[in-house]
Design a binder for this molecule. Structure first.
Ligand code: NAD
Ligand code: SER
Length: 326
């Protein structure tokens, strides 16, 4: 008899987790997706468990309670926040991953998803059209933890046959939440400021081109990778993934087509040093070849949707000031 797929999402309250969980519920059913995070999510519809993934016993307990067959492990401390306390970042990012890998191995889980990042790259790689197998010398503790994590994912696959799959996400742009702690966060915040007719202070230089991806593309990529036949997965560290690439100046130009008076000040901070060492564009030909990846959203379409969705949200907030904005 075929096993029922039951998924545990760890880090479900975050920028990606909150959207991915809904997509998985739509696909597998509300009773077959268990959302989890450090704190409960207000108004969450479905099954939610509080899990600190640094606690292996708690991860094991929830996996056993629901007969979990797949884990999407999203919990991590991101690049900019990670630099504030490097040892804590290393500890959280690695311990949570080891706990997920160990529990998955011991319980014979079918599949595990672990997101990596463009942060694995550094000055040793060609930063234009960066190939999947470029030299990895990340400059942030976050990037080091992701590069190590990718290799551990491959190790568990080779040594134990655990089907771990991974994507190096570009900066994710979505309207559902306000991200914090990342170096690419400006590319979400800027839309919020534009629709509120506020001036935007950008922590990156205007010409800093980075790989970015719209939330719908990133969720689709994740599910497509997880659903691909195992025999098609030729990369067991992590797949490069490309959505689009742009600089702050380019997104400002796009926003000004709709908000001609939109004002921006550039005030680069420590995040500029991080961004300067990351790729500008990504070669994702392996993902295209192995599991048919193709992005749908470019800067123009992302701008249109972000502005439309955020306008709707802020309008709702004005009508009902007690409503939660996001
Ligand atoms: P986020 O910071 O918005 O969410 C992370 C979630 O993990 C938070 O809700 C947090 O409470 C939770 N968490 C932290 N420590 C935990 C622990 N010990 N146990 C359980 N939960 C814990 O991050 P995100 O943007 O949603 O990113 C999700 C994943 O995707 C991360 O692994 C991140 O590295 C990766 N990623 C994100 C981006 C991006 O642009 N958002 C880009 C590349 C990779
Ligand atoms: N968007 C993420 C960050 O800026 C990249 O992993 O940290």
């Amino acid at each position: 008899m075929e096993k029922t797929t039951t998924i545990l999402v760890i880090g479900a309250n975050g920028q990606l987790g909150s959207v991915l969980t809904e997509a998985l519920k739509g696909k597998y059913g509300v009773r077959h997706v268990i959302a989890s995070d450090l704190r409960a999510q207000d108004g969450y519809e479905g099954i939610f468990e509080i899990i600190d993934a640094t606690d292996i016993d708690r991860v094991q307990e929830v996996v056993a309670k629901y007969n979990i067959t797949q884990i999407y492990h999203l919990a991590a401390i991101l690049s900019a926040k990670g630099e504030k306390d490097p040892l804590v970042t290393w500890d959280v990012n690695m311990k949570t991953l080891f706990n997920v890998l160990e529990v998955s191995r011991k319980n014979n889980l079918d599949k595990v998803f672990f997101p990596s990042s463009i942060a694995v790259f550094g000055e040793g790689a060609s930063l234009v059209n960066t190939p999947n197998n470029a030299y990895l010398n990340p400059a942030t503790v976050y990037g080091i933890s992701k590069a190590a994590g990718e290799n551990w994912a491959q190790y568990y696959f080779l040594k134990y046959g655990l089907d771990v799959r991974s994507i190096r996400y570009p900066g994710v742009i979505g309207y559902q939440s306000i991200p914090s702690g990342g170096t690419t966060d400006y590319a979400v915040d800027i839309f919020h400021k534009a629709v509120q007719n506020q001036e935007f202070e950008c922590f990156l230089q205007e010409d800093t081109t980075l790989p970015m991806i719209f939330i719908d593309d990133v969720i689709r990529a994740t599910i497509e990778l997880m659903e691909a036949p195992a025999t098609d997965i030729s990369i067991r560290t992590s797949y490069n993934l490309s959505g689009t690439s742009f600089s702050p100046a380019e997104v400002v130009e796009e926003i000004r087509k709709l908000y001609p008076d939109f004002k921006v000040r550039y005030n680069p901070d420590f995040r500029q040093d991080i961004a300067s060492k990351w790729p500008k564009t990504i070669d994702d030909s392996n993902a295209c070849k192995d599991w048919g990846w193709k992005p749908k959203f470019d800067l123009q379409s992302i701008t249109k949707i972000m502005i439309q969705k955020l306008k709707e949200k802020y309008k709702k907030e004005i009508k009902n000031p007690n409503a939660l904005m996001l």
